[in-house]
Design a protein around this ligand. Sequence first.
Ligand code: CTP
Ligand code: MG
Length: 593
Amino acid sequence: MNSADSSPAGLAPAHRALSLWRLRPFVQPYLGHLTLMTTAALLATLAGAVLPLVTRQVIDGPIRHHDRGAVIPLGLLALGFGLVEAVLVFLRRWTMSASALRLESDLRQALYRHLQRMPISFHDHWQSGQVVARTISDLSQIRRFIGFGLIFMVVNSATFVIVGTMLIITDPPLGLLVLACSAPLAWIMYRFETGYRSRSRRVQEKQGDLATLVEESSGGMRTIKAFGRRDLVQDRFHDQATRLRDLELGKVRLLAMIWAIVESQPQLLLAAIMLAGSYPVVHGTITLGTLVAFVALFLLLVWPIESMGWLLATAQEASTATDRVFEVLDAEPAIVDRPHPMPLVRSTGLLRFHNVGFTYPGAARPVLHGINLTIEPGETLALVGSTGAGKTSLAMLVPRLYDVTSGRITLDRHDIRDIRLTDLRRQVGMAFEEPTLFSASVRENLTFGLAGATDDQVAEALEVAQAGFVHELPWGLATRVGEQGLTLSGGQRQRLALARAVLGRPPLVVLDDPLSALDVHTEARVERALRAVLAGTTGLVVAHRASTVLLADRVALLVDGTIAAVGSHHDLLAGDPVYRNLLSAEAELGAAS
Ligand code: CTP
Ligand code: MG
């Protein structure tokens, strides 16, 4: 997944250009603005480049001939160009960041939108930290390049061409000398870039790994503390953090080396110009003004030369970041609508599994195979099986959180893959084993799947789930829960998740072990209320206890990924030893109720 650098090292610059080229659609809306800014920067450079020429006129004209009067117009001209340059620089600086920030935000939203469209199987395989690093730090790197690096690359290249030409025109022999001495620099830059590429990629990978570690440990803080393994986690983090530091240091070393080479280059060249330039002045073949102009022009090249290493590094990082971002964007959302999906307003609730098989992506063995089941409209089917039998997997197939890998599931006799996905999911109310609450109010959490729910619907759902406790929270339904809010108990969370699933009475309810975290009294009350809800809808309920099983009309026993038996609770209890074994602890309880 996190494919390392696979392109041959020598192709780095080409690869970089190709990667960055992929940002095209995102840059498009700001192209006008960027062009304007680049033009402003170019004009500023040009205005700056004119100054040495004016200087030459001043030295060779008025100064040489002691003509004070002529200095004033030339001085004013220089002042004018200086002012133009200042205004243009200000304009560019002022507007430069705006486009880049907007572009970053666009990309980030596109990425997030794409992540939302990806099936669960994608998230199973991607470390969350890698996804976080890509949506946060990689995108900032791209922004830095587009908002700053890109413009300067264009401007600096243009400066090289313009000033280089002017140098040759001003004094051909000296100009050619400067050009000849610059050639090795280009070669060094090229070598530098290939080395920098693989290093920056490794650093970015490592940042993702580190983000994953932080995320996991903050999520698993209770486990870490309860087992007293703070030092273990600490050590692991220390290892990774140190490795990141070493990688970064390697990068810095390379950058420092290139800085040293690049920094010394202009000084050496300047010395060469002075030496080579003083002879013709002394011998009168060129004027003093020409030499001064030449040096002044050359000084314009110092910053572009010095910044080249840094700019290439920024470009390189942005290109790596682009690769990483597009690795996510290129992943095809596997579960999507077919070309002409069937709309479905309200299903009758007839759910069928036709010889369904399912293998997790990348797994060797199927989790489910040969599943044949029919749940009639209004019927409730309990799904019982030992842990790891595939109950959750089967439940997730219904709203297409995963797609079957063989056979088909039909709703109202239509293959669920033909039904418009949003419609399908609106038919199914689902509660998971581990209920997730978002950082939002209780009400927002409840109406997550039904944004326009009325107060009556919310009250009814809370009643069914016996979640009246929400009214006793400090701000009632407006209380914030989830990571940034009040922490609820496992049972409370489960009841909210249950209320969310039954809100608006969807025609199909899929409950994955909905009562596991409830105490006996609450469980009895939730069961009574659930019975009322399930009476009106089709239900698929994963159950571990006899008391939950009794909510259902029929029971399906899942053994090793396939349906071993279907029947009433009492029939199975009497006739199936596996079933009896599974529910034995509660068998008496079940018989008694
Ligand atoms: N599995 C998998 N990849 C996943 C989820 C599950 O390979 N993303 C595998 C598990 O390792 C397990 C099998 O699928 O062997 C069935 O998992 P599951 O359907 O979750 O089992 P349940 O019957 O729901 O088990 P439990 O009662 O413990 O919830
Ligand atoms: Mg499960």
